[in-house]
Write a protein that binds this ligand. Structure first.
Ligand code: PLP
Length: 396
């Protein structure tokens, strides 16, 4: 049958919208588990810890106290002030709470940046391999995605000169992410210095720094925030949130720092899209930032311990080589030596070994030859998974 023009346009538009394959692999893993298969899930990127109880209590209290209505579209003032205080503590810089906009999850800051900057003819630079939502949302907005290739040899950091060389008159936004998903890479300060210095030649370009893993660094590595660069402040968006730091992925709470000129338009986007984040979740967010940090710190210590187990284990496997990731909770081994491509490795590990991992190509074309293992799982499960992967590779 012939598609109507409207159907064709809709199909073309939806064809540009990608996905996050961790959710699809999770669904396949769950379906296999429901059939009785024993699946170890190292696919999904979420802490395997419950939200700390004092945070849960704050939300329950707010519900009992009658926090059932709309609240300010840009977020509760007390929460935005708590974010500014947190930025002072962990990033060592002063920000105006008036520049913070609270949203339902870190992803929403990204979506709003795309609504503001993405349009046909615009070019947006993004890390590749990188969080798949970047490329998906850039394409969906109508803009042209321009990959910033990340290389194993440089610890999956970017090369500032290479980034600058990709800027044209049509470039609107550069997306950066450190510590990074899926590689665990951390960008060294010198590389940010070079990039920010070079950006002075391109005042038409904004930068979005995805700092959702800012609290998860290892080996004494200190997170470098782009908020450190005063000269960038009027064209900088910072994305962060509670999902990873406080094991709150399902609550849907995030914050964005915006240039002064964009705070009002972004607040209007909030009003148009979701009105406000539900108040109990925002009270939970306040408790998270202002309460004891021991649970958040213990979680990072646990990830650090698991990081050693998974990296050493992966490096013992035939055909596999894994750099030591400096941040987040992902290992991104090079599997080229196994003779399997990334997608085949992902599908066969799930089907034949009962281990869910994500193909590097799910994070962009530059992820070929790599697979992402999330080590947000127990040491027992990580060791069992490594054993199964070893048996599978031995049988090839
Ligand atoms: N940015 C990166 C790099 C991520 O890995 C994730 C989650 O996987 C997000 C943003 C989204 O976080 P949230 O769950 O708060 O939307």
């Amino acid at each position: 049958e012939r598609m109507t023009m409207a159907e064709g346009a809709l199909a073309a538009r939806m064809g540009r919208l990608g996905t996050e394959s961790a959710f699809e692999v999770l669904a396949r893993a769950n379906a296999l588990a429901a059939q009785g298969r024993d699946i170890i899930n190292l696919g999904i990127g979420q802490p395997d810890f419950p939200t700390p109880p004092h945070i849960v209590e704050a939300a329950v209290r707010a519900l009992r106290d009658g926090q059932h209505g709309y609240s300010p579209a840009n977020g509760l003032p007390a929460l935005r002030e708590a974010v500014a205080a947190d930025v002072r503590t962990y990033r060592g810089v002063e920000i105006d709470p008036g520049r913070v906009v609270i949203v339902p999850g870190g992803k929403v800051t990204m979506a709003f940046a795309m609504l503001l900057f993405g349009e046909a003819g615009a070019e947006i630079l993004y890390p590749n391999p990188g969080f798949p939502i970047y490329e998906s949302m850039i394409r969906f907005s109508g803009a042209t995605p321009v990959p910033i290739p990340l290389y194993e040899a440089s610890g999956f950091s970017f090369d500032a000169d290479e980034v600058l060389s990709k800027i044209t008159d049509r470039t609107r936004l550069i997306i950066l992410n450190s510590p990074a998903n899926p590689t665990g890479g951390v960008v060294p300060r010198a590389e940010f210095d070079n990039l920010v210095a070079g950006l002075e030649r391109f005042p038409h370009v904004h930068v979005m720094s995805d700092e959702i893993y800012s609290r998860m660094t290892y080996d004494g590595e200190r997170h470098v925030s782009l908020l450190d660069y005063e000269s960038l402040r009027e064209r900088l968006i910072v994305l962060d949130g509670w999902s990873k730091t406080y094991a709150m992925t399902g609550w849907r709470l995030g914050w964005g720092y915006w240039p002064a000129a964009l705070v009002e338009p972004v607040t209007r986007l909030c009003i148009n899209v979701h009105s406000c984040v539900n108040a109990p979740t925002q009270f939970a967010g306040i408790a998270a930032l202002k309460g004891p940090q021991d649970a958040a710190e213990a979680m990072v210590a646990a990830f650090d311990e698991r990081r050693a187990v998974i990296v050493d284990g992966l490096n013992r496997l035939p055909g596999v080589r894994c750099a030591r990731p400096k941040g987040a909770f992902y290992a991104f081994p090079n599997i080229a030596g196994t003779g399997l491509d990334a997608r085949t490795m992902q599908d066969r590990l799930l089907a034949e070994a009962g281990v869910a991992v994500i193909a590097g190509t799910s994070f962009g074309a530059h992820g070929e030859g790599f697979v992402r293992f999330s080590y947000a799982n127990s040491i027992a499960n990580i060791e069992a998974a490594l054993g199964r992967v070893g048996d599978f590779l031995g049988s090839l």
